[in-house]
Design a protein around this ligand. Structure first.
Ligand code: PRP
Ligand code: MN
Ligand code: MG
Length: 181
């Protein structure tokens, strides 16, 4: 196990089972419809890659990159688009794929931004939901796990751009924060 990890909250087996379940549900709900799946970089990379492989209807994929956290563990509240979609969402059924909904600020921004482009529908699928931290009222349509108010890393989620590659969701040891490498 990675030396900075204190506790594994969700291991790869638990994640894989949940991703499979979510993919099945999404496939059923959108069968016979066009679906554009939008992964939110960078946190959603692994969830997106695993989730689309559990969807058994025709889809298209695209990505947006937004950032609010910067190098901190706390949200600054200001969301920036770092990379926009390459395709138009007008008239399409859009499914936003996020790794985590925390304060909800990122998601609220994404929803408002995408809805202004006149899609047929917009829904949200997140792997993790931390409702205790919510600052704005948003709720995902598909949610993998509700988690407690702990800062988590791995499976795409970072602390200061590190730990995204871990194949599980984990809590770091206190000494892992603010360490100069
Ligand atoms: C993280 C995470 C979500 C967002 C959730 O992204 O991936 O996108 O924060 O937080 P919120 O609900 O409080 O807005 P981050 O801005 O760290 O960028 P990243 O995905 O590139 O790590
Ligand atoms: Mn993110
Ligand atoms: Mg981040």
């Amino acid at each position: 196990m990675e030396r900075d990890v204190q506790e594994i909250l969700l291991d790869r087996v638990q994640i894989a089972a949940k991703v499979k379940e979510l993919g099945k549900k999404i496939s059923e709900d959108y069968r016979g419809k066009d679906l554009l799946v939008v992964g939110i970089l960078k946190g959603a990379i692994m969830f997106m890659a695993d989730l689309v492989r559990e969807i058994d209807i025709p889809i298209t994929v695209d990505f947006m990159a937004v950032s609010s956290y910067g190098q901190s563990t706390e949200s600054s509240g200001a969301v920036r688009i770092l990379k926009d979609l390459e395709v138009s969402v007008e008239g399409k059924n859009v499914l936003i794929v996020e790794d985590i909904v925390d304060t909800g600020l990122t998601l609220r921004y994404l929803l408002e931004n995408l809805k202004s482009r006149h899609p047929a529908s917009v829904r949200v699928c997140t792997l993790l939901d931390k409702p205790s931290r919510r600052q704005v009222e948003v709720s995902p349509d598909y949610n993998g796990f509700e988690i407690p108010d702990k800062f988590v890393v791995g499976y795409g989620l970072d602390y200061a751009e590190q730990y995204r590659h871990l194949p599980y969701i984990a809590v770091l040891k206190p000494e892992a924060y603010g360490r100069e490498e």
